[in-house]
Write a protein that binds this ligand. Structure first.
Ligand code: NDP
Length: 294
């Protein structure tokens, strides 16, 4: 048996197209142009790549994109002043401060300063708390993408056994909450979990968000399981270059899983597409419009 490959590229492109349709509709019907502001502090090369792709995709969806680049040695006060200005700006409906921030800046204080209504990364404690309470919230983009990818395979996740490996605020914890909202039965594993292979063996749905190359082996999986690999790890090749691998041993998993996301071309593609969804939703909520159809 060879697993079905879940094509994140195709699914993300479809999602972006649906967002663009809804953006065109709210523009036409309500004269509303959703706007996303991205703040990049310093010049971390990986962050620069992400920010550029967010900018391009936001514009391609018909939204306004505002980029703010600040030097790595910006003061906490100046960064907070920019966030406060964006909170007040009526053209801005989503604010994303690219993480990680350079050393010396207090990430928690910056996240707390973002207006929760504009917190399209879903990291503000108001949104994290609302999500955990089962209330309407802006949820982090990568976990949202994981759910959409899973639902491309299973129309309903009700009663399925899911395991989330990793408990970060950005991925693991919010993903658990979204899976509970889908009525899955969820196990959350982390570095102190015992018998991880045994836990994974029980799961119909496996989410690996660890940051350890190819940690989850093929023989850990229950035959037919759906595997969503969030990990992005750069490992050296023999020719001195590097290649990307996930947290799952892909070739081994292909032989056992029912469906699996590749790395690259899986979850990574969905994250920015879901950022556009969140920006559109935030813009509609701020304008007092009904939730958009995406
Ligand atoms: P973190 O480093 O914040 O969290 C990693 C988690 O993995 C922690 O909860 C940690 O446990 C757990 N862990 C570490 N070692 C083990 C182990 N041996 N067994 C079981 N669990 C372990 O990472 P992130 O959540 O931010 O990211 C995870 C991965 O996902 C990374 O590769 C990252 O690059 C990728 N990523 C991809 C995105 C995308 O768009 N595709 C977006 C965001 C992240 P503990 O809490 O006990 O320390």
């Amino acid at each position: 048996m060879t697993a079905k490959i879940i094509d994140g590229k195709v699914i993300a492109a479809e999602l972006r197209a649906r967002v663009a349709d809804e953006v065109a509709r709210v523009k036409r019907e309500h004269n509303l142009v959703p706007g996303l502001a991205v703040v990049l502090v310093g010049n971390d090369p990986a962050s620069e790549v992400y920010v550029r792709s967010k900018h391009t995709q936001t514009q391609a969806a018909g939204m306004a994109s505002f980029e703010h680049k600040l030097p790595a040695d910006v003061s906490q006060a100046d960064l907070l002043a920019l966030v406060a200005k964006l909170n007040r700006d009526p053209a801005v409906h989503g604010i994303l401060v690219q993480l990680p921030l350079p050393k010396g800046l207090n990430t928690e204080a910056v996240i707390n300063a973002i207006d929760p209504a504009k917190d399209v990364d879903g990291l503000h404690p108001n949104n994290a708390g609302r999500l955990a309470g089962g209330f309407q919230a802006l949820s982090p983009c990568t976990p949202l993408g994981c759910i959409i990818l899973t639902k491309s395979v299973h129309a309903s996740l009700e009663g399925m056994n899911a395991i989330v490996i990793g408990r970060s605020n950005l991925v693991g914890r919010p993903l658990v909450q979204l899976l509970l909202n889908e009525n899955a039965t969820v196990t959350i594993a982390h570095s102190r979990s015992r018998d991880l292979p045994g836990l994974v063996k029980q799961a119909d749905l496996v989410y690996a968000a660890v940051g350890r190359p190819e940690m989850v082996r093929g023989d850990w999986l229950k035959p037919g399981a759906t595997v969503i690999d969030v990990g992005i790890n750069r490992i050296p090749k023999e020719d001195g270059k590097t290649r990307l691998v996930g947290d799952v041993a892909y070739q081994e998993a292909l032989e056992v899983a029912g469906a699996i996301t590749p790395v690259p071309g899986g979850v990574g593609q969905m994250t920015v597409a879901c950022l556009l969804v969140n920006t559109l939703r935030a813009a509609c909520a701020i304008a007092g419009l009904p939730k958009p159809a995406v």
